[in-house]
Write a protein that binds this ligand. Structure first.
Ligand SMILES: [Zn+2]
Length: 273
């Protein structure tokens, strides 16, 4: 597990430390396919601004820095790559560290001014919050809870949906943000009712995953179908279909995502029986 210190400004980052530059939904990498080190950035003249220690993995610092403006000209061999695809290739520890670094840089960029009085915010080293220099209002790094649920019917069927927002068409479990005042179970029932018109029972916790799109803490659950006819809402869910997992499945999420882990878990149950 990575060590996550409180957000604190770093005046002299370690040369061997890894720097996570994000720009929109992309991340900066070097020719090795990894985020560049502090030494590489300095050698290439890429300025490091708002440096925070986001995480440490086995003594290796992972730094969060100010996001790059989309029009920034990158010095070769640095280039950007899809953050989503990059995270799916990482070990769980590096995925968490890089997710945290991306989330910290978005948090700083989006909370430069106090939401209460509009004055500039400053990082408070005592508690790792951004603090208003006038009224004292504090903002901590943002996390948005969301649920994702695997719905099965009997021993072999799984219900998967195709989201209209996916750039490449694939089928996945059903997910949504938790509304203010809701429990996870409430959010599951509401999302499934709104998006596909089904009810579930036997809701069980599966695991959780941080996901920096934009700062989501995904709580994953499994559930058994209990009733209702499939009515995809057509807005978020374009299509919802029962698949018998004894036959080949359509394209599903990439390994590394908790959605894929839940589907793989159901497939493993088939092999075990
Ligand atoms: Zn204020």
């Amino acid at each position: 597990m990575p060590f996550f210190p409180k957000p604190a400004a770093v005046a002299k980052p370690a040369p061997a430390g890894v720097v996570v530059f994000s720009v929109n939904r992309e991340i900066l990498i070097d020719q090795s396919g990894r985020p560049p080190t502090v030494a590489t950035c300095q050698a290439l003249g890429l300025p490091l601004k708002d440096v925070l220690l986001a995480a440490e993995i086995g003594g290796m610092p992972c730094y969060s820095v100010q996001q790059l403006a989309p029009e920034t000209t990158l010095p070769p061999p640095l280039q950007t790559t899809s953050l989503r695809a990059f995270l799916n290739r990482q070990s769980p520890a590096w995925r968490q560290a890089i997710t945290r670094a991306v989330e910290l840089s978005s948090w700083r960029m989006e909370h430069r001014f106090c939401g209460r009085c509009g004055t500039a915010m400053q990082l408070n080293p005592d508690d790792g919050a951004l603090r208003c220099t006038r009224c004292g209002f504090e903002s901590f790094p943002i996390l948005s809870p969301a649920i994702i649920v695997r719905i099965t019917r009997g021993d072999h069927e799984i219900l998967l949906g195709r989201n209209r927002a996916f750039s490449t068409p694939f089928f996945s479990n059903f997910a949504g943000f938790v509304e203010s005042g809701e429990t996870f179970e409430d959010a599951i029932r509401r999302e499934l009712h709104e998006e596909i018109g089904v009810e579930v029972t036997d809701i069980r916790y599966f695991g959780s995953q941080n996901w920096p799109f934009p700062h989501t803490l995904l709580a994953a659950f499994t559930a058994e179908y209990a009733g209702g006819e499939l009515h995809p809402d057509g807005e978020e869910i374009a299509e919802a279909t029962w698949f018998d997992v004894r036959s080949p499945l359509p394209p599903i999420p990439l390994p590394g995502s908790i959605s894929r882990a839940m589907i793989d878990d159901f497939l493993a149950m088939q092999r075990a029986t």
